[in-house]
Design a protein around this ligand. Structure first.
Ligand SMILES: NC(=O)c1ccc[n+]([C@@H]2O[C@H](COP(=O)([O-])OP(=O)(O)OC[C@H]3O[C@@H](n4cnc5c(N)ncnc54)[C@H](O)[C@@H]3O)[C@@H](O)[C@H]2O)c1
Ligand SMILES: [Zn+2]
Ligand SMILES: [Zn+2]
Length: 381
C-alpha cells in the first residue's frame, strides 16, 4: 500500500542575504516556508546575475526592505507543490520569471500585454498572494526580490511566475532567458518589430543590449550601431552583430549628430539598454523623424524622469518601453526555449563567468566593474 504524500514543511537552507544597501551578501541559514496554495517551492539550480539585481541592491530608496534575498534569472527543480495545484509536479524543471501571467485578468486575456494585473512586478519584498515573506532567519522576515529571490538554495514562487521546461534543456544556460536575454530579444521582435534592412542604434552593450543586437541581426538589420563608454564592448559586440561603435568619451560631436550622419538622418530604431534616463532622450534624438521608434529597456539608478523636447514627438517619433521584452511568460517563453534548443538563438556567448554560490560576491564585483556580461551562479559546487 502506498503511503499518502507528506505535506511539505519548513526547511532550512543556505541563502546569500543582503543586510543593507550595497553591503556584501552574507551566507546565512534561512528558514523557507512550505508553498501556499498556487505556489511552488523550488530547489534553485542556477541563477545568473542581472544588472537590475545590482541596481536594487545598491539603492538606498527602500532601506526597510532589508534583510533581503536578491536574484531573479533562475532555473530550478520543483521540490514541493502548494495544496490543490495541478499545473506542476515535484521534479518538474522550471524557469522563474519576475513578472507572472495569471491567464485570467484583463491584461492576460487581452493577448497583447504582459502586464498581468495580479502578478505584475512586485516591489514591496513580499509574495503576491498575501503580502508576506516565505523566508525568515530565526523568526525575522527576510524580504523577497521581484517575488523570485533565487540567491537561495530553495525559494518559493507563485505558480504564475514559473514556466515548465523540458528536462533536456541545459539549466545552467537557459536561466539567461529568465530575464535579460529575453528582454532584449522581445524588444526587437515583439515591441519594436524591427524590419529587414533597417538601421538600429543600441545604447549600452551589456547582455540586454547585445541581445538586442542578436535579434536585430536575425531580423536582417542593415546597420547596428553600438554606443558604450566601455571600449572593450565593440570587440564583444561584433560577435553579436554590431557593425559600428561609438564611445561617447572619444566622440567629438554630439551622439545624435554622429548617428544621424551614419544613418542619413537618424536610425529607424533606437534601444536604451543602460538604465540612464538621459540616454533615453539621446536615443529619441538619434532616431529618424516620422517613423523612428525608441524602446527604453533600462532600469534607472537615479533620476527616474525622462525629459524630451515636445518637438521630437510632434515630428512623429515614438517612445515606448517594455518589461521582459513584452513576452507573456507562460504563453511565449516555451517558444524561446525551443529556439535556443534549435540553435536559432545563442545564450552561451553571454556567459563570461561560471561562479560557485559561495563566491557570489565576486559576481557582484565583476558587474560593478563592468568586466562581465552574465555570471552564472551554480548553487551546487
Ligand atoms: N526591461 C527589462 O525587462 C529589463 C530586463 C533586464 C535588465 N534590464 C535593465 O537593462 C539595463 C541593462 O542591463 P544589463 O544587464 O545589460 O546591464 P550591463 O550593466 O551589463 O550593461 C550596461 C552597459 O551600458 C554601458 N554604459 C553604462 N553607462 C553608459 C553611458 N553613460 N553611455 C553608454 N554606455 C554606458 C556599460 O558599459 C554596459 O556595457 C539595466 O538598467 C537593467 O536593469 C531591463
Ligand atoms: Zn493576469
Ligand atoms: Zn533582470
Amino acid at each position: 500500500m502506498s503511503s499518502p504524500a507528506k505535506s511539505p514543511t519548513v526547511l532550512t537552507c543556505k541563502a546569500a542575504v543582503a543586510w543593507g544597501p550595497g553591503e556584501p551578501l552574507a551566507m546565512e541559514y534561512v528558514q523557507v516556508d512550505p508553498p501556499k496554495s498556487m505556489e511552488i517551492r523550488i530547489k534553485v539550480f542556477c541563477s545568473s546575475l542581472c544588472r537590475s539585481d545590482v541596481t536594487q541592491w545598491e539603492s538606498k530608496a527602500q532601506p526597510s526592505l532589508f534583510p533581503r534575498i536578491f536574484g531573479h534569472e533562475a532555473s530550478g527543480v520543483v521540490e514541493s507543490v502548494g495544496e490543490g495545484l495541478t499545473e506542476f509536479e515535484v521534479g518538474d524543471h522550471v524557469l522563474t520569471v519576475f513578472i507572472g501571467e495569471c491567464q485570467r485578468c484583463k491584461h492576460c486575456v487581452s493577448g497583447r500585454s504582459n502586464m498581468c494585473q495580479k502578478l505584475g512586478l512586485e516591489r514591496n519584498g513580499f509574495m503576491h498572494t498575501d503580502q508576506k515573506t516565505r523566508f525568515s532567519i530565526e523568526g525575522r522576515p527576510v524580504y523577497h526580490y521581484c517575488a523570485v529571490s533565487s540567491f537561495s538554495e530553495y525559494t518559493v514562487v507563485h505558480s504564475g511566475c514559473a514556466v515548465k521546461i523540458s528536462k533536456d534543456t541545459p539549466m545552467d544556460r537557459v536561466c539567461l532567458l529568465s530575464c535579460g536575454v529575453a528582454a532584449g530579444l522581445g524588444a526587437v521582435s515583439k515591441v519594436a518589430d524591427v524590419s529587414e534592412g533597417s538601421t538600429v542604434v543600441i545604447f549600452g552593450l551589456g547582455t540586454v543590449g547585445l541581445s538586442v543586437a542578436q535579434a536585430a541581426k536575425l531580423r536582417g538589420a542593415s546597420q547596428i550601431i553600438g554606443v558604450d563608454t566601455n571600449p572593450h564592448k565593440f570587440e564583444k559586440g561584433k560577435a553579436f552583430g554590431v557593425t559600428s561603435f561609438i564611445n561617447p568619451n572619444d566622440c567629438d560631436e554630439p551622439i545624435p549628430q554622429a548617428i544621424k550622419r551614419l544613418t542619413d538622418g537618424g536610425a529607424d530604431y533606437a534601444f536604451e539598454c543602460i538604465g540612464d534616463t538621459g540616454a533615453v532622450s539621446t536615443a529619441l534624438q538619434s532616431c529618424s523623424d516620422a517613423w523612428g521608434v525608441t524602446v527604453s529597456l533600462g532600469v534607472p539608478k537615479a533620476n527616474p524622469e525622462v525629459s524630451v523636447h515636445y518637438g521630437l514627438l510632434l515630428s512623429g517619433k515614438t517612445l515606448k518601453g517594455s518589461l521582459f521584452g513584452g513576452w507573456r511568460p507562460k504563453t511565449d517563453l516555451p517558444s524561446l526555449v525551443l529556439k535556443y534548443m534549435e540553435k536559432e538563438i545563442h545564450l552561451e556567448d553571454f556567459v563570461t563567468h561560471d561562479i560557485t554560490f559561495d563566491n557570489i560576491n565576486e559576481a557582484f564585483n565583476l558587474m560593478k566593474e563592468g568586466d562581465c556580461l552574465r555570471c552564472v551562479i551554480h548553487m551546487e559546487n
